[in-house]
Write a protein that binds this ligand. Sequence first.
Ligand SMILES: [Zn+2]
Length: 150
Amino acid sequence: MAKCQFRRKDSTRCRANAQPTNGLCVFHDPARAKDGLRARRAGGLSRTRAAAVLPIETPDHPLGTTKDVSALLGNSINQLRRGQIDPRVANAMGYLASVLLRALEQGPLEERLANLESILGKGSGGSQLFEFHGSDEATHGQTATTPEED
Ligand SMILES: [Zn+2]
């Protein structure tokens, strides 16, 4: 197919396919300039089209436990497959869900740690759970910082 006869300002030739009627491509044919503009605008519009999301009246999904979050992820995968949510939205959700899962897993751990610390802190002289032999063990050579005397 012949190429468009249009010459750009730098005198290079347009490389689009020419129409058989006038030797110009649809973009450089003055009669069709509006069509080309419309086509380009439609392309731009489809690219910037709003991401698919669930309707605003969709109720909040429970997110209090790791079970809740896995249920949400399962639902979202199915919604993504049906095109009900945009892949970009699903991507962001996946990231947030992983952060949330980490936080949910860490919460109980911190609680247990705090409980342990409060138990340990109670008897300041010596704990009921663990016995600490600080000064005794140093003389038995378990800490390298204090060399034994002969
Ligand atoms: Zn052209």
